[in-house]
Design a binder for this molecule. Structure first.
Ligand SMILES: O=C(O)[C@H](O)COP(=O)(O)O
Ligand SMILES: [Mg+2]
Length: 415
């Protein structure tokens, strides 16, 4: 049986309209022509099914997605805006990143990019704070911000955790962040941790005269997440953190709505992304993930390091940082560079990102030979050196904590 009718979704002379969504796919057909494969993607992601239908009303024909460019394996498809519900990332993904990934007729399929028209973007709130708002919150404009994740990543009780948070903050760190798998386990319930950490913050702020913020991981099931966010705001903290992929975009958008009322920023952790971003032939690119997260309204987003422990080239990290920060329909997002960082890598990170980046180090702070407080100081000293244009080796001559960090890690790029 022939399925050639799929090519009805291909029109290489078509010029997309201004208010259509354009998706760029990399398509690897399995024993069929590229044209048919591309048509199948357009069909399944818009109005089609596996067979012809007796009658397709004109009104519905107008909703057919159109393949308008095929260049080698790269296929561009235009989607009429009426295919999409306003302001819904889950519905967008169910359409253009849904069934298509499992089609037998394709060996591989990767969604590389999406271009959104203004008409679509206007239904999204975007970040509440954005880079400007986050800078205002800290009153810090002239250097990268810093964050640390207490390590070991889980297991501390509330007192131990708050003590580590205090040591990090008092050593000069701006954000203390819960790790992605730390929520409300039996060894440290969320409420208790929040209570103790907020006391630690008060002490650290008084002692340092600097603003300190807790990225409290509110990732939870349904309404519980909102309850935790409310509790965070009740304590006077300004931010929450959420695992955007394991929680899902419905949860992220719901949280964003709640955070509008509560006045909270959102730190997005991307844990699990590599399950669908890492294979260059199949899945969804991080570029797409950053764009939809920015629309959904997170304020901070993990983009990688290029030099640390997570996979991802410098070029890719730079491109993602650009997608976070460039002029767009919604406020810019603060890129977070995290995963295997330590003071010796700060020059690379600043060279890659400039100063609008949150440099986050877990092991690279808490693994300092003299402990968390010294580790925090070393990270800030490394940043000060880079901002002043002094080499780390030179700065370390007068800064003992940085010297000790360099003794342990030097300039190594962890694997
Ligand atoms: O969630 C993260 O990004 C990591 O916990 C960072 O930890 P690391 O600096 O120890 O790799
Ligand atoms: Mg982590």
């Amino acid at each position: 049986m022939s399925f050639e009718w799929y090519t009805e979704f291909v029109d290489l002379s078509y010029e997309p309209e201004e208010n259509e969504i354009i998706c760029v796919f990399r398509v690897e057909p399995d024993g069929i022509s590229m044209e048919e494969a591309a048509g199948r993607v357009a069909s399944e992601s818009s109005v089609g099914t596996w067979t012809t239908l007796a009658k397709l009303p004109e009104r519905i024909k107008r909703l057919m997605a159109k393949v308008f460019e095929i260049d080698g394996n790269v296929v561009k498809i235009a989607y009429p805006l009426d295919l999409f519900e306003e302001g819904s990332i889950p519905q967008l993904l169910s359409s253009v990143a849904g069934n298509v990934f499992g089609m037998k007729a394709l060996k591989n399929l990767r969604l590389e990019d999406i271009e959104f028209p203004a008409e679509y973007c206007k239904h999204f709130s975007g970040p509440l704070l954005g880079i400007e708002g986050v800078r205002k919150l800290f009153g810090v404009y002239d250097r990268p911000l810093t964050a640390t994740v207490p390590k070991p990543k889980v297991g501390f009780d509330a007192d131990e955790y708050a003590d580590i948070a205090y040591q990090g903050w008092s050593g000069g760190i701006d954000f203390i962040k819960d790790d992605e798998n730390l929520t409300s386990q039996p060894f440290v319930r969320f409420e208790k941790r929040l209570e103790k950490v907020m006391k630690a913050r008060e002490k650290a702020e008084k002692e340092t005269g600097e603003k300190k913020v807790y990225l409290a991981n509110v990732t939870a099931v349904g309404k519980e997440m909102l309850r935790r966010a409310k509790l965070v705001a009740d304590y006077g903290n300004e931010y929450v953190m959420v695992d955007i992929l394991t929680a899902g975009f419905s949860a992220v958008q719901m949280l964003r709505e709640e955070c509008e009322d509560l006045g909270l920023g959102i730190h997005a952790h991307r844990a699990m992304h590599a399950a669908f971003t890492r294979n260059p032939k199949h899945g969804i690119s991080l570029d797409v993930l950053v764009k939809i997260s920015r629309l959904a309204g997170v304020d901070n987003f993990h983009v990688g390091t290029g030099v640390g422990k997570m996979e991802g080239s410098k070029d890719m990290v730079k491109r993602l940082a650009d997608i976070c920060r460039r002029e767009w329909y919604v406020k810019p997002v603060f890129p977070v560079s995290s995963g295997g960082l330590h003071p010796g890598l700060v020059p690379d990170i600043v060279q890659l990102f400039g100063k609008d980046v949150i440099i986050q180090a877990g092991g690279g702070v808490h693994g300092h030979p003299d402990g968390t407080h010294a580790g925090a100081k070393a990270l800030r000293q490394a940043i000060d050196a880079v901002i002043k244009g002094i080499s780390l080796d030179e700065h370390a001559k007068k800064h003992a904590e940085l010297a000790r960090a360099l003794e342990k890690w030097g300039y190594t790029r962890p694997k």
